[in-house]
Design a protein around this ligand. Structure first.
Ligand code: FDA
Length: 308
């Protein structure tokens, strides 16, 4: 409930202004975001790679309202991929990119987003790596999955994301698992209505476990994105049960969350990828991270009060 209220309140320009200008915000942003520039992203990627972790980079921003901005976001990814490749970080998909379809123009038209994503896929291929399309609010899911399916005719390794919270997700998993696609499974970070989503935590977790089983039993490449110790445990048990080689699936976590667990999993020989956001447009991302952990939110609100 608290999570829903916070996500709804985050649309308020007044709250946005308070959060983005509070002196205390910077330290919290720095714990979740690699920095403002592509060079910051490359520096953090280098450090994570040195620690044996894989990386997916996200240039922050979403819901782009004009064509020039959508194209500029795609340009940023193309440049980032060039820098990562020049640094030897993309080899074998070690560092890849995650793209939000609404950041590259999904709400300006499917063709706009598809064109920009195609450009990023071409640059990723040139760099020897892959692209994953993030999942956003439920209105964006159908066009995102359609773009991914179309582009996969040319870029078979284009990944997509399934949010366990959506009622449709179990059905979405089956064909994706059957076709051997790279699929990231997460719980879902957006506030969705009951009509389309499970809202009770235990129902979301049960849906995650069902989707997980489908993906792990298929011939594809599952990417299990969660910090939840129970779901991580279920994943490793399922890997043993289904006889999956450690190279045939990966764990994923967010930059700044459970770093010791990230290293522990990598040390077991598992593929462990860290999702690293960078850029100046961090507000919506920060709110989602605060909303999913009441302890973070309470700490943040207390520090806001003492600074405003
Ligand atoms: P849950 O929220 O139950 O957390 C389990 C435990 O993890 C907590 O008890 C706590 O210890 C720790 N934890 C979780 N969040 C924390 C936080 N913010 N700060 C500190 N500790 C925290 N969503 C989406 O809608 N579309 C997408 O494309 C993606 N992409 C994505 C990529 C990757 C790599 C990850 C890890 C996650 C996403 N997500 C996402 C976000 C995802 O949907 C979800 O909101 C968060 O991962 C939190 O859910 P958990 O599965 O971690 O469980």
């Amino acid at each position: 409930m608290l999570r829903r209220i916070l996500l709804a309140a985050s649309a308020s320009p007044r709250l946005r202004q308070i959060v983005t200008t509070a002196p205390t915000t910077r330290a919290i942003v720095d714990s979740y975001v690699a920095g403002e520039t592509a060079d910051d992203a490359v520096r953090v990627t280098r450090a994570l790679r040195a620690a044996g972790l894989l990386v997916s980079l996200d240039y922050l921003g979403e819901d782009t309202k004009d064509l020039a901005q959508a194209s500029a976001v795609a340009d940023e990814y193309v440049q980032l991929l060039g820098k990562l490749a020049a640094d030897g970080l993309t080899h074998g998909g070690a560092a890849e990119v995650s793209v939000k379809p609404t950041a590259v123009g999904l709400f300006l038209g499917t063709a706009v987003a598809a064109e920009n994503i195609g450009r990023i896929c071409a640059a990723a291929r040139e760099a020897g790596t892959t692209v994953t399309l993030d999942a956003e609010e439920h209105a964006a899911i159908e066009p995102t999955l359609r773009i991914a399916a179309d582009l996969r005719a040319e870029y078979a390794d284009l990944g997509c994301v399934i949010q366990a919270c959506l009622r449709r997700s179990e059905a979405d998993c089956r064909p994706l698992a059957g076709h051997g696609v790279r699929v990231r499974l997460c719980k879902g970070a957006y506030s969705e209505p009951d009509a389309v989503a499970f809202t009770a935590r235990r129902d979301v977790d049960a849906s995650y476990a069902r989707c997980l089983r489908t993906l792990m039993n298929g011939p594809g490449y599952p990417m299990l994105a969660t910090h939840d110790p129970r779901l991580i445990e279920i994943t490793s048990s399922l890997a043993v049960l289904t006889g999956r080689a450690s190279a045939s699936f990966e764990y994923q976590m967010l930059y700044g969350i459970r770093p010791a667990e990230q290293r522990r999993l990598a040390d077991t020989g598992a593929r462990m990828r860290v999702y690293v956001p960078y850029g100046g447009d961090w507000y919506a991302y920060l709110v989602r991270r605060l909303a999913e952990r009441p302890a973070n939110l309470a700490f943040f609100l207390r520090s806001l009060r003492s600074n405003t």
